[in-house]
Design a protein around this ligand. Structure first.
Ligand SMILES: Nc1ncnc2c1ncn2[C@@H]1O[C@H](COP(=O)(O)OP(=O)(O)OP(=O)(O)O)[C@@H](O)[C@H]1O
Ligand SMILES: [Mg+2]
Length: 411
C-alpha cells in the first residue's frame, strides 16, 4: 500500500475530509513512490535523480520499451501496446504520484485515473493540450501569445488557399502522432497535399504554417511545483536538422531582453496552464521576434545539458515539482555547455568499441540510452562543458564523432 493509499484509508476512516493534492512531507514515514509511465531515456534519467533524492520509483513500461526497464527494480509491464485503464490503475494505486516519460498516454485514461483518486502530474488537462497540436495552437492563440502564422485545416482546399495567401512551401503538421520532426511535412506544391490527407486522415485536423525563414531556435524550460512555486532555466539555443533536435548550447547567446522575454513567457504559460513539472517552451526567432512554436510538459531534449551545466538538473526539478518539494536553483554553474545527440546512423551501429576513444575527451559526459540502433534514432547524447560555447560544442561534436566512428557533418 502506498503512503497515499494509507493516508486515504486513514482519512476516510477518520472522516477527515478529501485528500490534499500534494504530499504532506511532515507526515511521511517512508520514502514516497513516483510512478513513471513510459520506459524511454527520460524515465532512465528521472530514475537517476530519484536515486539521489532517496525516492522510490516504479515504472510502467510498454512491451516495446527498451531504455529504462533495464535499470528499474519495480516494473509493471503493459500486456500489450493498447494500454487499458485497469492495468494502469493497478500500477498507479501503488504510487504516491504518477508522471510521464512521454505524452502518448491517452488523456482520457489519465482523467479516469484522476477520478479514481490518483495524483497524475502533469494532469489530464495539460496532457490534452500537449497531445494535440491543433488544440495547443488554438489555446495559445486565445491566450494572446505571438505564434507563427497558422491555420487549422480540415480539407485540401483550405490548405491550398492558405498556401496561395502565404506562398509555397508550406509546413503541414498533423494534430497528433508527431515527434522528432516525424509529423512535420514541408510541401512545395498542390499535388502533394491530397496524399497527405489520405495517409494521415486519422490525425486531422492539420496545423498549416508558412515555411518560415528562421533566424534561430531556442527553448526555455519552466518548472512549476504543486505548491505553485515556478522558476525558469536560462534560454538555450537549439539546432534542428530535418525537424530533429541535433545540438543545444547554453547560454543561448541571445540578446538580454529576448532572454528575459522568453523566460517571462515560459513562466506565465506554466502558471496560466497550471502545469506541474517541467514545461518546455520551444521558440522560433523570426525577423528578430520571438514566436512560441510548441510546448512539451515533461523533461525535454533541450534540457539534457542541465545535468552537467546547471545547479539542479531538469530531471531533479521535475521530481521535486511533482512531489511538492522546494525547487533547486536553475542557474548555470559552468561558463558554457553544449549537448549533441548521438543519432544512430544504421540499424546495426555498435558504439562500444569506440567508448575508450570517446571518453578520452575529459570535458565530455556521455549518456547512452541502451536502445537498439535504428537509423535516425536518438540512442544517446553527449554534454561537454568549457569556457566558451564554441569550445564546448567542438568537444561534444568530437566525442559523438568518435562514438559513431564517422566524419563530423557540419549541420
Ligand atoms: N513553419 C516552420 N517554418 C520553418 N521551420 C519549421 C516550421 N515548423 C517546424 N519547423 C522546423 O521543424 C522542427 C520541428 O517542428 P515542431 O517542433 O513543430 O515538430 P515536432 O516534431 O513536434 O518537434 P519535436 O517533437 O522534435 O519538438 C522545428 O524545430 C523547426 O526546425
Ligand atoms: Mg518541436
Amino acid at each position: 500500500m502506498s503512503i497515499r493509499q494509507e493516508r486515504l484509508t486513514r482519512e476516510t476512516e477518520s472522516g477527515s475530509g478529501p485528500l490534499h493534492k500534494a504530499l504532506e512531507w511532515n507526515k511521511l514515514t517512508k520514502a514516497p513512490t513516483v510512478g513513471i509511465i513510459g520506459g524511454g531515456q527520460l524515465a532512465q534519467m528521472l530514475y537517476q535523480s530519484a536515486i539521489s533524492l532517496g525516492i522510490e520509483a516504479h515504472l510502467f513500461a510498454s512491451v516495446t520499451d527498451e531504455a529504462a526497464p533495464k535499470y528499474f527494480h519495480d516494473i509493471t509491464r503493459a500486456s500489450s501496446e493498447a494500454w487499458t485503464p485497469p492495468e494502469i490503475y493497478h500500477f498507479a494505486q501503488k504510487c504516491d504520484v504518477v508522471t510521464f516519460d512521454h505524452e502518448l498516454v491517452s488523456p482520457s485514461i489519465v482523467r479516469e485515473l484522476e477520478k479514481r483518486g490518483c495524483l497524475m502530474l502533469p494532469s489530464s488537462s495539460t496532457l490534452e493540450l500537449s497531445a494535440n497540436k491543433a488544440n495547443q495552437r488554438q489555446r495559445l492563440n486565445q491566450l494572446g501569445y505571438n505564434l507563427p502564422p497558422y491555420q487549422i485545416c480540415n480539407t485540401v482546399s483550405e490548405v491550398v488557399s492558405f498556401a496561395e495567401r502565404y506562398g509555397w512551401p508550406i509546413v503541414i503538421k498533423p494534430s497528433t502522432g508527431g515527434y522528432d520532426g516525424r509529423g512535420v511535412y514541408i510541401v512545395d506544391k498542390e499535388e502533394e497535399i491530397a496524399s497527405l490527407f489520405s495517409n494521415l486522415n486519422a490525425h486531422l485536423p492539420f496545423v498549416v504554417e508558412p515555411h518560415l525563414d528562421l533566424d534561430a531556435e531556442g527553448s526555455v524550460l519552466a518548472v512549476r511545483s504543486t505548491t505553485g512555486e515556478c522558476v525558469t532555466y536560462p534560454m538555450v539555443r537549439t539546432l534542428q536538422v530535418d525537424g530533429m533536435c541535433r545540438e543545444v548550447t547554453s547560454p543561448g547567446d541571445f540578446p538580454q531582453e529576448m532572454v528575459a522575454e522568453a523566460r517571462q513567457i515560459a513562466e506565465k504559460l506554466a502558471n496560466e496552464l497550471e502545469v506541474v513539472g517541467i514545461l518546455a517552451v520551444e521558440f522560433f526567432i523570426s525577423a528578430g521576434k520571438l514566436l512560441v512554436n510548441e510546448l512539451a510538459p515533461r523533461p525535454h531534449n533541450t534540457g539534457h545539458l542541465t545535468i552537467e551545466a546547471n545547479t539542479t538538473s531538469q530531471f531533479e526539478n521535475h521530481l521535486r515539482a511533482v512531489l511538492g518539494l522546494p525547487l533547486g536553483s536553475t542557474e548555470l554553474r559552468v561558463p558554457a555547455a553544449a549537448m549533441v545527440n548521438l543519432i544512430s546512423n544504421s540499424n546495426s551501429q555498435n558504439v562500444m568499441p569506440h567508448l575508450p576513444l570517446a571518453l578520452s575527451i575529459k570535458e565530455a559526459s556521455l549518456h547512452l540510452y541502451s536502445k537498439s540502433p535504428r537509423k535516425n534514432r536518438k540512442i544517446g547524447h553527449v554534454t561537454a562543458t568549457a569556457e566558451s560555447v564554441d569550445e564546448a560544442l567542438e568537444l561534444a561534436r568530437q566525442t559523438v564523432h568518435h562514438l559513431s566512428g564517422l566524419e563530423i557533418v557540419e549541420p
